[in-house]
Design a protein. Structure first.
Length: 242
């Protein structure tokens, strides 16, 4: 009933969204256009945390296709399971994605949204210092986009993938693991940092270069943390095929 009401209101030119999503309305509109134009039937949610992006897709973007969420932290994954529990089209995996499959040490931070394979940077540490501190390190299983696309294609009969990457400085490593399956990837949403909050994390320029080399151009940039006004430290960047 709630979803039908939202669709009715949207058809009249209005939006009914929770306050927490209001800063993402432009991103939601772009995603709606991408999903429709490219006939997206599966979205990979890499770095899912508690399922915030999946909820955003369902409640604001109104996407009703397959969502596949990947979250390596076992404790956070349990919260993700509860979020996706009643949604038969929302699949979850307790693993990370990277350049190659295996097992890697993973840093658990004071706030789980900052969990990363990378180490926090000393540059401008006052920005997120309270939250972006290592409290524990665990080993996690790692697969690749390529492996999982072929598995999900076979299991759910889907062919048009959109990748959302939010892995705290590790997005390009995840994308490197998508070799030989670019034909199935119709778009990518990746987080890029203007301020390097992790050591050795790729720059915005490196991100643009890698995606351009693989046939993708920037389609939109959206500030991640509006509460840090007037300065922007991170953006969600959408890349689409040239």
């Amino acid at each position: 009933m709630k979803k039908l009401l939202k669709k009715l209101i949207y058809s009249m030119g209005y939006h009914l969204v929770a306050k927490e999503y209001t800063s993402n309305l432009l991103l939601a509109e772009r995603l709606k256009s991408i999903i429709k134009h490219y006939s997206v039937d599966c979205i990979f949610d890499v770095g899912a945390n508690h399922g915030q992006y999946g909820n955003f897709l369902r409640n604001v973007v109104l996407y009703d296709g397959i969502i596949v969420s990947f979250e390596p932290d076992p404790d956070v994954y349990n919260a993700l399971l509860k979020t996706a529990f009643n949604d038969s089209k929302w699949k979850t995996y307790n693993m990370a994605l990277g350049r190659s499959s295996g097992s890697l040490p993973f840093n658990i931070m004071k706030n789980s949204v900052f969990n990363s394979f990378l180490t926090p940077s000393s540059y401008d540490t006052d920005i997120y210092d309270e939250f972006n501190r290592i409290s524990n390190t665990i080993n996690v299983d790692v697969s690749t986009v390529k492996i999982m696309i072929h598995e999900i294609k076979k299991k759910y009969n889907v062919n048009r993938f959109f990748l959302k990457l939010d892995t705290q400085g590790y997005d390009l490593e995840v994308f490197h693991g998508a070799t030989d399956c670019m034909d199935y990837i119709v778009g990518v949403q990746t987080e890029v940092s203007i301020t390097p909050i992790y050591k050795n994390m790729p720059s915005f320029q490196e991100s643009v270069k890698l995606f351009k080399t693989n046939g993708y151009d920037i389609s939109g940039l959206y500030a991640v943390d509006e509460n840090r006004f007037p300065h922007a430290h991170e953006f969600d960047c959408i890349y689409l095929p040239k």
